[in-house]
Design a protein. Structure first.
Length: 435
């Protein structure tokens, strides 16, 4: 398919403090000939997506006017979004921005406010694009935001190997949760790390961040985040996706506040490989498995014999995880088999119901609706799926998945209404899909 001729650099950012942080640090740092200024002469636009009340904040910063003198810049207010839920708001902004880019026939660079790129990233992406690649995905490494910018400002442009050294020197405490442990896994398990002395890591990651996408399917939509479910729809030819395996090419800085630790929980009830496999069953698709199957090298020095041991150790874990993934019960495959082509709805709009909805997306199935007995939830939309009143009788073209802590009461409710368990509905408890 012919490549797009335009380019949108998509930046979702809202809230005065967040905007201040981004415009004061990230924008000046990326105003280099290898990043934002590499787009001069291209049909490119830097698009800030934000709240209506924040639209005029950007012009308060010198960096806005600096970049506006070099590139086309646009501040877009995204309406009708609940910004109190950060993840939901981010998904809706991305959906809005992607639809807009698709209408204009534009490829996209995703530039999140809490990330930083080595100098030369955007010019390198443009070269790959001209060579026929339709997407670029790379690993993101957690770094202490304050320490990172302190070190960054002492250098005049940081690229490649030097950028990786900077990230390793500003490594965030969050990184430790990714270290492989045979005894206990910390949820979520999207990446696993093996330390190589004090010089870097071998990484096995299910989730890589799409930095650039020129979709071959302009109708592709997003229901969660770009790294979870968008790319598999947007670029159906996986051979057109450039997967970065070495930090010398690209490593993304994921910047976190000192002391900030993402929500996590230890899971020690099963062998660690089985826990990872269960997570993979509901949170990944085939493209993610391919990512996980091959090692990524995060290194500040040349690779030597020390790295082979970590590659072998990580490879054995990958084999055990994939073996367990094929062996243990997969509730989503059970649902798809029983549905037999019928539309799938989910009874439950709480945490478990949303988890099941997200899992179905990984298997290419978008739920028709969420049903809930709580009237206050009806009318809401989660990941593009509306919350409705439960049906009073079975429909020939619908299969219902019960996913709720109140599953026993709901099961009885459906049976009283004439639904047949196994034929018209199936109960999925949390332990059926994850621990």
């Amino acid at each position: 398919m012919r490549r797009s001729s335009r380019l949108h650099v998509i930046v979702p950012v809202w809230g005065r403090d967040y905007i201040h942080r981004f415009m004061s640090n990230a924008v000046p740092a990326h105003l280099t000939g290898g990043n934002l200024l590499a787009l001069i002469g291209e049909d490119a636009r830097l698009c800030f997506y934000t709240r209506e009340e924040d639209r005029h904040c950007f012009e308060e910063f010198p960096s806005y006017h600096q970049v506006a003198r070099a590139l086309a810049v646009e501040v877009v207010a995204v309406p009708e979004i609940d910004y109190s839920n950060k993840l939901y708001a981010l998904t809706e902004i991305y959906a809005f921005a992607i639809r807009r880019a698709n209408r204009e026939g534009a490829a996209m660079i995703f530039f999140q406010p809490d990330t930083a790129f080595p100098d030369g990233t955007f010019s390198w992406i443009m070269d790959l694009w001209r060579s026929g690649w339709r997407a670029v995905v790379a690993h993101s490494f957690c770094s202490d935001r304050q320490r990172f910018w302190e070190l960054y400002r002492t250098r005049n442009g940081v690229d490649g190997r030097e950028f990786t050294r900077l990230l390793l020197a500003s490594e965030h405490e969050e990184t430790s949760r990714f270290l492989w442990d045979e005894e206990c896994v910390l949820d979520p398990v999207d990446s696993l790390y093996w330390r190589v002395d004090d010089v870097g890591y071998v990484v096995r990651s299910f989730r890589l961040m799409p930095v650039f996408v020129d979709p071959d399917d302009k109708s592709a939509t997003i229901h969660w985040t770009p790294d979870v479910d968008y790319l598999q729809r947007a670029c159906r030819d996986v051979s057109s996706v450039y997967v970065v395996r070495d930090s010398d090419e690209l490593l993304i800085a994921s910047l976190m506040e000192r002391g900030e630790v993402r929500k996590k929980r230890p899971i020690c009830a099963r062998p660690a490989a089985e826990v990872v496999a269960m997570w993979a069953n509901f949170a990944t698709h085939e493209m993610h498995i391919d990512y996980f199957s091959r090692p990524i090298f995060v290194h500040g020095e040349d690779l030597d014999e020390r790295w082979a041991e970590a590659v072998d150790a990580s490879g054995m874990v990958v084999e055990r995880v994939l073996e367990a993934k094929g062996r243990i019960y997969n509730g989503f495959l059970d649902v798809l088999s029983r549905a037999g082509g019928r539309r799938i709805s989910i009874f439950g709009a709480g945490d478990l119901g949303l988890l099941v909805s997200r899992g179905l997306v990984m298997y290419g199935a978008l739920a028709h609706a969420h049903y809930d007995n709580d009237r206050n939830k009806r009318g809401r939309v989660y990941g593009g799926v509306p919350v409705l009143e439960p049906p009073g009788s079975p429909a020939a073209n619908e299969f219902i998945v019960v996913a709720s802590m109140w599953w026993e009461e709901i099961r009885e409710q459906l049976i009283r209404s004439g639904f047949v368990e196994g034929g018209d509905f199936l109960v999925l408890k949390s332990g059926d899909i994850y621990l």
